[in-house]
Design a protein around this ligand. Structure first.
Ligand code: NDP
Length: 340
């Protein structure tokens, strides 16, 4: 079985590739340039021709995935911009929506072997924070972010632009699926992870070039640069290794087709990670003997305004999640090994 993984050099995608290869799948990973595939080729060298690269320079371009989808049995679409540096909404919305629709369109036209497509959406497409505690489920949609971005345009914060891009891309995917359902060889599964944390496997030269979620973790736990008023804020999280497992389970499980599935280990606030890091003994990161402490012990009093329900995911996928301690220990160990 061969699986196409888009954006395979990304933080989450490389763990998905790793998981697939470990389980015996063949993988074709897309990257934007040959260069971006060098690290992948190196770390997956032992798998020989079970791992191959496909260069897709611009996912926004019509027909971008036409070649890449040929000869694969399934697709994991993860490529989408995740950063808060956009000046214009379209910087994020275009690649998110057109990339998603494009890969579905290519699969419809040229993916005669494709049986299932899994899309990495986000809890950002489910809900935002509110003023009263709420448990959000797969029934919820973050249309609020879309409304804000429609109203405010380039004046909207880039966090809203990102959330809007994820909502619009996921809505577009379901729209496409519904429209073409009767003529598709494949079914669709959407995974909605909250903040994704855990050890890094993709190519990162320095902490300053970490992907968005791990940069936030590193800056908070190691550098202590998170503003004090944000230390008791947070949403839900999931370990990147569990999310990778979910991507593989979503390919094979019965009963997941046509479902969006929240994949969440539970709530956090940033202070939790600081408390965790400081409580680990022996320290997994001895090169930083004085980790920042933040506001020790105050995390337990926080009321979470948004909780993402993991019930459906647990029922359909049955993942055993890494704990906060495990994720923190393994991430700090990873930083230590890199000399960060
Ligand atoms: P990364 O930034 O590490 O990876 C993003 C991947 O998408 C890279 O391969 C990147 O390619 C590719 N990509 C981004 N923009 C474009 C573009 N304009 N054209 C083509 N390719 C593009 O992020 P993550 O691994 O964290 O994110 C992967 C997916 O998971 C995204 O869909 C994101 O929305 C989603 N997600 C992430 C969460 C998190 O906390 N990390 C939480 C919830 C969802 P390149 O390296 O060439 O830029």
């Amino acid at each position: 079985t061969k699986v196409l993984v888009s954006g395979s050099n990304g933080y989450i995608a490389i763990w998905v590739v790793n998981n697939l290869l470990q389980k015996g799948y063949a993988v074709r990973g897309t990257v934007r340039s040959e260069d971006k595939g060098t690290h992948l080729k190196k770390i997956f060298a032992d798998y020989g021709d079970k791992f191959e690269l496909a260069v897709v320079p611009d996912i926004v371009k019509e027909g971008a995935f036409d070649e890449a989808v040929q000869g694969v049995d399934a697709i994991e679409h993860t490529a989408s911009p995740f950063h808060f540096k956009a000046k214009e909404p379209q910087e994020l919305i275009d690649p998110a929506v057109k990339g998603t629709l494009g890969i579905l369109e290519s699969a419809l036209k040229y993916g005669s072997g494709v049986r299932r497509i899994v899309i990495t959406s986000s809890c950002a497409a489910v809900a935002m924070t509110g003023t009263t505690p709420k448990i959000c489920t797969e029934q919820d949609w973050n249309d609020e972010a879309v409304d804000i971005v429609e109203k405010e345009g380039s004046k909207a914060s880039s966090a809203f632009m990102y959330r809007a891009s994820k909502t619009l891309a996921e809505r577009a995917a379901w729209g496409f699926y519904e429209k073409h359902k009767s003529s598709l060889n494949w079914d669709l599964v959407v995974l909605n992870p909250p903040l994704v944390l855990g050890p890094v496997m993709h190519e990162v030269s320095a902490p300053s070039s970490l992907n968005t979620s791990m940069a936030d973790f590193y800056n908070t736990v190691i550098l202590g640069t998170k503003a004090p008023e944000l230390l008791l804020t947070g949403l839900c999280w999931v370990d990147v290794r569990d999310l990778a497992e979910a991507h593989v389970l979503a390919l094979v499980k019965e009963g997941v087709q046509g479902e969006r599935i929240i994949v969440s280990a539970g709530p956090y606030v940033w202070q939790d990670w600081m408390d965790c890091a400081n409580s680990l003994s022996p320290s997994p990161i001895p090169s930083h003997p004085n980790l920042p402490k933040g506001l020790p012990g105050s995390a337990k009093d926080v009321t979470h305004m948004v909780l993402f329900s993991a019930d459906k995911g647990e029922k359909l996928l049955g993942i055993k999640y890494h704990t906060m301690e495990e994720m923190t220990r393994d991430s700090l160990k990873d930083f230590e090994q890199r000399g960060w």
